[in-house]
Write a protein that binds this ligand. Structure first.
Ligand SMILES: Nc1nc2c(ncn2[C@@H]2O[C@H](COP(=O)(O)OP(=O)(O)OP(=O)(O)O)[C@@H](O)[C@H]2O)c(=O)[nH]1
Ligand SMILES: [Mg+2]
Length: 204
């Protein structure tokens, strides 16, 4: 039986007798969610173990996993955000950092409106790998894509190897590349970094 009819009956008879307040409540419950104004794809790339999955899961689910499994191929999560009065459905692609998956992950660059390139502030080699990732972007991504460089693991300040100044110098040499530091573990600056990227995409 129709559930609205059930409610009206319990409220005292046919629709003419139903409580107006209850009727409105029941109609509200039936309203479908407002559809998204935009759908955007964002891809997260960077070397193995820098925290790509951790950043995605912190942003989408507000969780952190100390001993996560290394990503195999690609994975994705959905998150809906509101910015500039618009509802935006984000599809976030999390890629494996291991080079052997590059042929699979490179297929996901093309559709991305935003690219998050991650390194680990405590691991020199993950920073030294950045030119290699930039080449991947040049080769496979759309020229229109917004780029964001994220120095992750900011909670490990005592083990820091890559200074903020070094990363800023790198960033300044690449046109359109933005930079921020974050900690997926401590939930520091993660949401801000992602939202800034989305805002830059919308501003285009
Ligand atoms: N201290 C600290 N550890 C982190 C942070 N983010 C991730 N980690 C840890 O770093 C390790 C690797 O994290 P992942 O998120 O799996 O790294 P990934 O970049 O997805 O790695 P691949 O999938 O292999 O490419 C895990 O043990 C995480 O718990 C952080 O902000 N701070
Ligand atoms: Mg991963």
């Amino acid at each position: 039986m129709d559930s609205r009819y059930e409610i009206q009956r319990r409220a005292g008879g046919g629709s003419a007798n139903a409580s107006p307040a209850l009727g409105a409540q029941s109609r509200r419950r039936k309203m479908p969610p407002r559809p998204a104004d935009y759908k955007l794809q964002i891809i997260i790339i960077g070397s193995r173990g820098v925290g790509k999955t951790s950043l995605m899961e912190r942003f989408t689910d507000d969780t952190f996993c100390e001993a996560c499994k290394s990503t195999v191929g690609v994975d994705f999560k959905i998150k809906t955000v509101e910015l500039r009065g618009k509802k935006i459905r984000l599809q976030i692609w999390d890629t494996a950092g291991q080079e052997r998956f590059n042929s699979i992950t490179s297929a996901y660059y093309r559709g991305a409106k935003g690219i998050v390139l991650v390194y680990d502030i405590t691991k020199q080699e993950t920073f030294d790998d950045l030119p290699k990732w930039m080449k991947m972007i040049d080769k496979y991504a759309s020229e229109e894509a917004e780029l964001l460089l994220v120095g992750n693991k900011l909670d490990c300040e005592t083990d820091r190897i890559i200074t903020r100044q070094t990363a800023e110098r790198f960033t300044s040499r690449i046109s359109g590349l933005r930079f921020c530091e974050a900690s997926a573990k401590d939930n520091f600056n993660v949401e801000e970094c992602f939202l800034k990227l989305v805002d830059d995409i919308l501003a285009k």
